[in-house]
Design a protein around this ligand. Structure first.
Ligand SMILES: *[C@@H]1O[C@H](CO)[C@@H](O)[C@H](O)[C@H]1NC(C)=O
Length: 346
């Protein structure tokens, strides 16, 4: 009897414990739901996001929740050398994000100028420093933000021109992407609908220069060319060359000497939410984004990386930059970074 009573008491105690755990779990999941809503509200406030109605808000909340869950599970797993963050793109699906942000237009045929006729002035470079960071040499302007306009190609080309201008004149001048978006329209480049860095260099050569950001500020939308502003040149280039394709060693020689425009595959959601560390993929499956390689180095754990300037504002990545794993296969490189690099001469 005593034994039974004791058993019952133990049973009761266990039951209480189980119940209280269950109810804690229950209230925790309610809290989680509530806090996900709160987190969405706080996130909206932080990034100034406004939805047109409740239906849109509900739809965006679902995407936000799915992204937060993915990001937190990724970071908890901790099995990659990079971290993700709930950044300003957290209410966009990866497809939506790619549509609005990228805009590197893969050439229809490989550019004949490049593969056949282009020489590579750094081919005989033998000694390259073990690390390079063009920011510390004053050759990189602050991070810019292309907004919802697929003109990454203009930002990539402009950053490379800003770099060579600093190296050739000693002056770092922020130059105009909007001039390229509005005025470089007679060839393949199509403003917010995409373009190519090589074609942007070609435009700057033909136009005999590019004006300043201050004179022709960025609008994140297609506009008509302001010819007067476009004729007021602040920087000039004499030509441009392609780095031999699929050759990370050649890319190293070039980046050791100046900032270089590179096309990459930025299609994955890990790229969308990248926040820090050396990015090792996954990448998507197509060259779709133009950025600028502004250095290289080796991380504390010995991973070699390219230092890449992006144009998605400074809240993305490492203050607007990403370190991408380098020397992965001596060919295309991570996210095809060594497929189509090019640089201007001045
Ligand atoms: C590299 O060296 C080779 C052999 O000396 C020479 O023919 C070539 O013109 C050089 N290339 C450049 C870009 O200077």
């Amino acid at each position: 009897m005593a034994l039974t009573l004791k058993n019952n008491l133990i049973f009761a105690a266990v039951l209480v414990v189980v119940l209280s755990c269950a109810s804690q779990a229950w209230s925790r999941s309610l809290n989680e739901l509530a806090s996900m809503n709160e987190r969405h509200e706080m996130w909206m406030a932080k990034y100034g996001r406004v939805y047109k109605d409740n239906a849109e808000k509900e739809m965006r909340f679902k995407t936000f929740k799915a992204n937060v869950e993915y990001i937190e599970a990724f970071n908890r797993a901790g099995n990659k050398p990079y971290k993700l963050a709930i950044n300003e793109f957290a209410d966009l699906t990866n497809e939506e994000f790619q549509e609005s942000r990228n805009g590197y237009k893969r050439p229809y045929s490989s550019n004949p100028k490049s593969s056949e006729m282009s020489s590579f002035k750094y081919e005989n470079v033998t000694a390259v420093p073990s690390t390079m960071d063009w920011r510390t040499k004053g050759a990189v302007t602050p991070i810019k933000d292309q907004g919802q306009c697929g003109c990454c190609w203009a930002f990539s080309a402009v950053a490379a021109v800003e770099g060579i201008t600093k190296l050739s004149t000693g002056k770092l001048i922020s130059l105009s992407e909007q001039e390229l978006v509005d005025c470089d329209t007679s060839g393949e480049d199509q403003g917010c609908n995409g373009g190519l860095m090589g074609d942007a260099f070609e435009f700057i050569i033909q136009n005999k220069g590019l004006t300043t950001e201050a004179n022709y500020p960025y609008e994140a939308t297609d506009g008509s060319c302001n010819k007067a502003k476009s004729a007021s040149h602040a920087a000039q280039i004499t030509g441009y060359e392609d780095v031999p394709s699929k050759n990370e060693a050649a890319l190293l020689k070039a980046v050791a000497n100046q900032p270089v425009s590179v096309a990459i595959d930025a299609g994955g959601s890990d790229f969308q939410f990248y926040s820090s560390g050396v990015f090792t993929g996954d990448c998507g499956t197509d060259l779709d984004h133009g950025v600028t390689a502004v250095g290289y180095g080796t991380s504390d754990d010995g991973t070699k990386y390219w230092l890449v300037k992006n144009s998605w504002g400074s809240s993305w990545g490492e203050n607007g930059y990403i370190r991408m794993q380098r020397d992965i296969d001596a060919k295309e490189g991570l996210c095809d970074i060594a497929m189509q690099p090019s640089y201007p001469s001045a």
